[in-house]
Design a protein around this ligand. Structure first.
Ligand code: AMP
Length: 192
């Protein structure tokens, strides 16, 4: 149940789902409803690339190929971000974790902060629809062959997280093949 403040009961959430499922869009709405920051590792890396920082220079090629940045680099990025003040009362992670190693790193980070995840929401969308959406979005890493590669990497590296979080009793599923408003409503309902 949402309280009078219109905030959701849970506060440490991971959004899981293939590229193009609408995680970023939904993260923005949800973060507002929850009063916690939406943390997108993809956005953080893109900003590093734009700034031309050492991190940005190191990850640019990898990102443009549709591959994943290595787990060690991502552990540094996320550890640093979750220690910042605005994430102490909760956060919405969009695009992290993406491998089992990252899921273990995340629980380690949270354990050290004496916290734990409240929920992992899987947003599912049909693959052809994902390709159509990604092409319409037109980002630099959104050429069809790169999109297919990102989906292949998702299935190989990230999909095992579904079973991992299901076994932990944290997984909730939302049908992402609906209007943005309908997905938001379903998300709010599975998190209430
Ligand atoms: P996204 O915007 O979440 O789709 O991320 C864009 C790109 O950034 C991905 O294709 C990866 O190359 C990289 N990236 C973002 N998050 C991660 C992560 N958790 N692990 C590895 N690479 C990531």
């Amino acid at each position: 149940m949402a309280d009078a403040d219109n905030r959701l009961a849970v506060s440490r959430i991971v959004l899981l789902g293939p590229p193009g499922a609408g995680k970023g869009t939904q993260a923005a709405f949800l973060a507002e409803a929850m009063g916690v920051p939406a943390i997108s590792t993809g956005d953080m890396l893109r900003q590093a690339v734009e700034r031309g920082s050492a991190l940005g220079q190191r990850v640019q090629k990898i990102m443009n190929s549709g591959a994943l940045v290595d787990d060690g680099t991502m552990a540094d990025v996320v550890t640093d971000r979750l220690q910042q003040g605005d994430a102490q009362d909760g956060f919405l992670l969009d695009g992290y974790p993406r491998t089992l190693d990252q899921a273990h790193t995340l629980s380690g980070i949270l354990e050290a902060l004496q916290e734990s995840l409240d929920a992992v929401v899987l947003i599912t969308v049909d693959e052809d629809e994902l390709v159509k959406r990604a092409l319409a979005r037109g980002r630099q890493d959104d050429k069809e062959e790169i999109i297919r590669e990102r989906l292949r990497v998702y299935r190989e590296k990230t999909e095992p997280l579904v079973g991992h979080y299901e076994a932990a009793g944290l997984l909730r599923r939302v049908d992402g093949d609906q209007s943005i408003e309908a997905v938001t409503a379903e998300l709010r309902s599975v998190l209430s």
